[in-house]
Design a protein around this ligand. Sequence first.
Ligand code: HEC
Length: 113
Amino acid sequence: MKKQIITGVLFAFSAALLVPSANAAVDEAAAKALAKSSDCFKCHAADKDKKGPSLKKIAAKYKGKADGEEKVLKFMTSAPMVKLDDGKEDKHAVVDSKDAAALKNLAGWILSQ
Ligand code: HEC
């Protein structure tokens, strides 16, 4: 009997420990570092438009959409054609990483702006 209680308590405790890491919070420092090394901040800033829209605008466009993260991920890895502020069309920049977790973290960070 006692053993069952202890097992139950241990189970609940480890479940509580596991839940936060299952939907881990965004690692802001890592996301910023990756955006910086990928030159994203040349054209994007948190809340003002540069050559590209502000991250806040991007987040607002996709926030709450079921496929938002997927769309952002695709956009920053597939080099779609975009129109720059001088009217020229060019391929959009690609994130300088092939690490799925790092890419997902960056997309999550952008969407959290
Ligand atoms: C040369 C300038 C430039 C650089 C560098 C750049 N972007 Fe962009 N980005 C743009 C422009 C312009 C748009 C708007 C495209 C549009 O709406 O057609 C855009 C749009 C986006 C969007 C939103 C797409 C949408 O559907 O609204 C995301 C996400 C994005 N950029 C992420 C990034 C990331 C991540 C990086 C770094 C790897 C990056 N950008 C680097 C110019 C740039």
